[in-house]
Design a protein around this ligand. Structure first.
Ligand SMILES: [Zn+2]
Ligand SMILES: [Zn+2]
Length: 346
C-alpha cells in the first residue's frame, strides 16, 4: 500500500509499505477512503514533535471501512463504515473513565505520531471500540473527516472550555481550520457578538461566511475595536487559535471582566501572563488537548445538517498526489487552502 512517511525534519516521502496487521485483540484494520492533512503534520515535519520517529506514517484524521477486527472488538465488524478519532482511547484507564481520552494511559494522540497514521491505504486502530465511530449510510464523507480532529478541537478546547453563553461576546483569535471550527460550533450557543481576528483578509472573508458577526485584522487598535463592539466591556470568551506569544497577549487585552480565555493553539515558546493587569478581573484561563468525547454529538449535528462541515474543504487530491496536497496546504496564504481532502479509495 502507499503511505506518506515522515523521514526526519523537512523530509517526507510517499512510499510502499506492507499493510498493517492486527497486533492486539482490541485492534481494527481500517481501509481509508478519505483522509486529510493537519497543521500538526506540518509541526512534525519541522521536527517540533520528538515523539514522532522517522519511518512513521503521518495522519490522524480520516474515514474508511473496517477490513478486519481483533478477537476482543465487539462494536465493529468488517465492512462497517467508520470515522477515526484522532485520539485513541482504551476506555478503561483512570483518564478515560473521566472522559479525558487525550491522556489515556495506553492511547491519547498516538496515530501518526507514535504509531503509523492515516495517510495510507490502511491503518491499524488500537482500542477500536473506543476509537472508531459508526457513520450512517450515505453520509458526506468529506464533511465527516472534519470530525476526526478539527471540529471537536474547536468545540471542546475553545467553545466548551471558554463557556460560550447565549447573548455573550466571543472573540476568536486566528481563522485557520481550528479557529473556524470554534466559530462554527460557538453558534450552537447563539452568542450576540462573534468577532474573528486574523491578519489574512481572505480568511476574514471566510470567517464572515462561517458566521462571524465582525472580522478584524489584528493591530494596535484591536482591543479598542472589540470594546467598541461590546459596550466597552470586551469579550466574555476569547479563544486563542494560533499558538504564538503575540496572539496570547492579544487575548489578554480582549477579555472582559468575568471572562474566559480558552487556549487552543499549540505553543512552542513561552508566553507572558499579565497578572499585573488581570489579577482583579475574575478571569479564567483554560488549556486542553482535544479528547474527542464530543464526536458522537457533533456527528449528529453534521448529519442532521445543523452545521455544514463540508465547507472547510477547499481542495482535493488523490493519495498519489499527496505531495502536491502538502505543498498546497503548507502555502495556505497563497493557495487559500483550509482543509484538503485526500481521496484514498471509494
Ligand atoms: Zn490534527
Ligand atoms: Zn485509557
Amino acid at each position: 500500500m502507499h503511505a506518506l512517511v515522515y523521514r526526519g525534519p523537512g523530509r517526507r516521502a510517499l512510499e510502499d509499505k506492507p499493510p498493517p496487521a492486527i497486533a492486539q485483540p482490541g485492534d481494527a484494520i481500517v481501509r481509508l477512503t478519505r483522509t486529510t492533512i493537519c497543521g500538526t503534520d506540518l509541526h512534525i515535519l519541522k521536527g517540533d514533535v520528538p515523539t514522532c520517529q522517522p519511518g512513521t506514517t503521518l495522519g490522524h484524521e480520516g474515514v474508511g471501512i473496517v477490513d478486519a477486527v481483533g478477537s476482543a472488538v465487539t462494536g465493529f465488524r468488517p465492512g462497517d463504515r467508520v470515522l477515526i478519532a484522532c485520539i485513541s482511547a482504551c476506555g478503561r484507564c483512570e483518564y478515560c473513565r473521566r472522559g479525558m481520552y487525550s491522556h489515556c494511559l495506553d492511547g491519547g494522540w498516538i496515530l501518526g505520531n507514535r504509531i503509523d497514521g492515516t495517510q495510507a491505504g490502511y491503518v491499524r486502530i488500537p482500542h477500536a471500540d473506543f476509537s472508531l465511530h459508526h457513520i450512517p449510510d450515505g453520509a458526506d464523507e468529506d464533511a465527516l473527516v472534519m470530525l476526526s480532529d478539527i471540529l471537536p478541537t474547536g468545540y471542546e478546547c475553545g467553545v466548551l472550555n471558554g463557556k460560550v453563553q447565549p447573548g455573550s461576546a466571543v472573540a476568536v483569535v486566528g481563522s485557520g481550520p481550528i479557529g473556524l471550527s470554534a466559530l462554527m460550533t460557538a453558534q450552537f450557543y447563539a452568542p450576540a457578538t462573534l468577532v474573528a481576528i486574523d491578519p489574512d483578509s481572505r480568511r476574514l472573508e471566510l470567517a464572515l461566511r462561517f458566521g462571524a458577526t465582525h472580522a478584524l485584522a489584528p493591530g494596535p487598535d484591536t482591543a479598542e475595536q472589540v470594546r467598541a463592539l461590546t459596550g466597552g466591556r470586551g469579550a466574555d470568551t476569547v479563544i486563542e487559535a494560533v499558538g504564538v506569544p503575540a496572539s496570547f497577549a492579544l487575548c489578554q487585552d480582549l477579555v472582559a471582566p468575568g471572562g474566559n480565555i480558552a487556549n487552543v493553539g499549540v505553543h512552542g515558546s513561552k508566553v507572558d501572563l499579565h497578572l499585573e493587569r488581570l489579577w482583579s478581573h475574575n478571569i479564567a484561563i483554560t488549556t486542553r488537548l482535544v479528547d474527542t468525547v464530543t464526536i458522537p454529538q457533533l456527528l449528529k449535528a453534521v448529519t442532521a445538517g445543523r452545521i455544514d462541515a463540508a465547507r472547510f474543504v477547499t481542495h482535493r487530491f488523490p493519495l498519489e498526489q499527496i505531495d502536491e496536497a502538502y505543498r498546497t496546504f503548507a502555502a495556505a496564504g497563497e493557495s487559500g487552502a483550509v482543509k484538503v481532502i485526500i481521496q484514498v479509495s471509494d
